[in-house]
Design a protein around this ligand. Structure first.
Ligand code: ACO
Length: 402
């Protein structure tokens, strides 16, 4: 075996792999994924068991620290988080400065990056383990507050302060949907569905946003800057932004008469830029195990809340037709995590442009775990190579002679 990192020194050659389709950038002990079999484990635990039996905060602990916590450790973790749920009052000025219709993802990446200005101790790459722990706890604790306040400000509502006696997810929902003057009882169905969705999004090994977090962090950039970059990477419709794009697509299909065959044909037409959003995945060449769980949760939530959403019927028709279609079969294109998640978010009462922000809230523990692992492994700065295809050397021509 040749050490690939030494290939250039011994032969002058570099490997070229656009999109890193076959390039491993790191060794990681966090998430195991078998895309051919449709298997996903966090720290060895199957995603199906975690989604069914665990809570989001417990899964966050598992991802970041490596093992399931004991009851006492989990209680301590909860307590530490509840001490940091407030955000600096001066941060409110940021919310006021954004135009009311600005996209929540743009606001989120800005606000998370801005935490570094309020907690400058996070800038020290040689911080102690305790300082690193506190930097992480602050981010986990403040993220739900930031997300809820983005939503409240978009409505022109007063913001709701965190209530630390509530659990992590319940507190988030209370800040998002509660009212300042009276306690709103958030339906258990909604709290359970939210735990499940956040758990299913919590990590997915070296995807686009996670690789971004690791590569930004590899320059010794602070946690808040690294996660802010990850949020920007997640925003794109080929990645986390797909959950917003799916609902917009399903609504377009409904408004166009609900003819799924017509839209399937568009997705197959190579002269048409339209793609079936929520379908296909770089690594899953079989059912995305998260999509299976979400599809069932979607039925349960709509059923329990008594909602009849016509876009769910369109989604099911599309899925059924695509799974029988030779184009999709040949390319192993199956529904991914985003295909049904938006329908649940909508049923829970979130507007479409908040969907990708909810994905970011779920992915946060994974990004943190990967950033922490990258630091612990003392990984070198990420710096891919290229093959130069530009002009050969030429001499500068003064402006009046061009
Ligand atoms: N609709 C129609 N055709 C598709 C789709 C789709 N959704 N996805 C892939 N294909 C086709 C491609 O056109 C290509 O066909 P070809 O071989 O005839 O040229 C073939 O399937 C392989 O697709 P690639 O784009 O090469 O696959 P890649 O791994 O680069 O892309 C991606 C994966 C970006 C997820 C892609 O499937 C896609 O664009 N899907 C829609 C967007 C989406 O749902 N993204 C969310 C992904 S999950 C997540 O990030 C949380």
């Amino acid at each position: 075996g040749i050490d690939i990192s030494k290939l250039r020194d011994v032969s002058g050659a570099i490997t070229i792999d656009p999109g890193y389709k076959n390039t491993g950038a790191t060794k990681s002990a966090i998430t195991f994924l078998d895309g051919e079999k449709g298997v996903l484990h966090y720290r060895g635990y199957p995603i199906e068991q975690l989604a069914e039996q665990s809570t989001f905060l417990e899964v966050a602990y598992l991802l970041i620290y490596g093992d399931l916590p004991s009851a006492q450790v989990l209680a301590d973790f909860r307590k530490k988080i509840s001490r940091h749920t407030l955000i600096h009052e001066d941060m409110k000025k940021f919310f006021d400065g954004f135009p009311s219709k600005s996209h929540p993802m743009g606001q989120l990446s800005c606000l998370v990056g801005a935490l570094s200005a309020f907690y400058p101790e996070s800038l020290n790459p040689n911080m102690t383990e305790e300082e690193e722990e506190l930097t992480i706890i602050k981010l986990l604790a403040k993220m739900p507050t930031i997300v809820s306040w983005i939503y409240k400000k978009s409505l022109g509502h007063p913001v709701i302060y965190p209530r630390n006696e509530l659990n992590f997810v319940h507190n988030f929902l209370n800040m998002t949907f509660g009212q300042i003057t009276e306690d709103v009882v958030i339906d258990k169905v909604i709290v359970d569905a939210m735990h499940k969705l956040l758990i299913l999004h919590a990590d997915h090994e070296q995807n686009c946003s996670t690789s971004t977090v690791r590569i930004v962090g590899s320059s010794n950039a602070n946690l808040y800057a690294s996660i802010s970059a990850g949020i920007s990477a997640l925003w794109g419709p080929l990645h986390g932004g797909a959950n917003q794009a799916v609902i917009e697509m399903l609504e377009n299909i409904r408004n166009d008469g609900g003819d799924s065959a017509k839209w399937l044909a568009k997705a197959k037409d190579k002269n048409d830029p339209f793609r079936l959003m929520g379908f296909g995945h770089r690594v899953y060449k079989n059912f995305d195990p998260r999509a299976k769980i979400i599809k069932k949760a979607c039925d349960d939530v709509l059923d329990k809340l008594g909602i009849n959403d016509p876009v769910l019927d369109i989604a099911k028709q599309l899925e059924e037709a695509a799974l029988k279609d030779q184009y999709f079969v040949d390319r192993k294109l199956y529904p991914n995590v985003d295909f049904y998640s938006g329908i649940i978010y909508r049923a829970l009462g979130f507007p479409t442009d908040m969907f990708t922000v909810l994905f970011a809230l779920g992915r946060l523990p994974g990004w943190i775990a990967q950033w922490k692992e990258m630091r612990a492994n003392k990984e070198p700065i990420g710096r891919p190579r290229q093959i130069y295809t530009g002009s050969t050397k030429r001499d500068y021509v003064p402006l009046d002679q061009r």
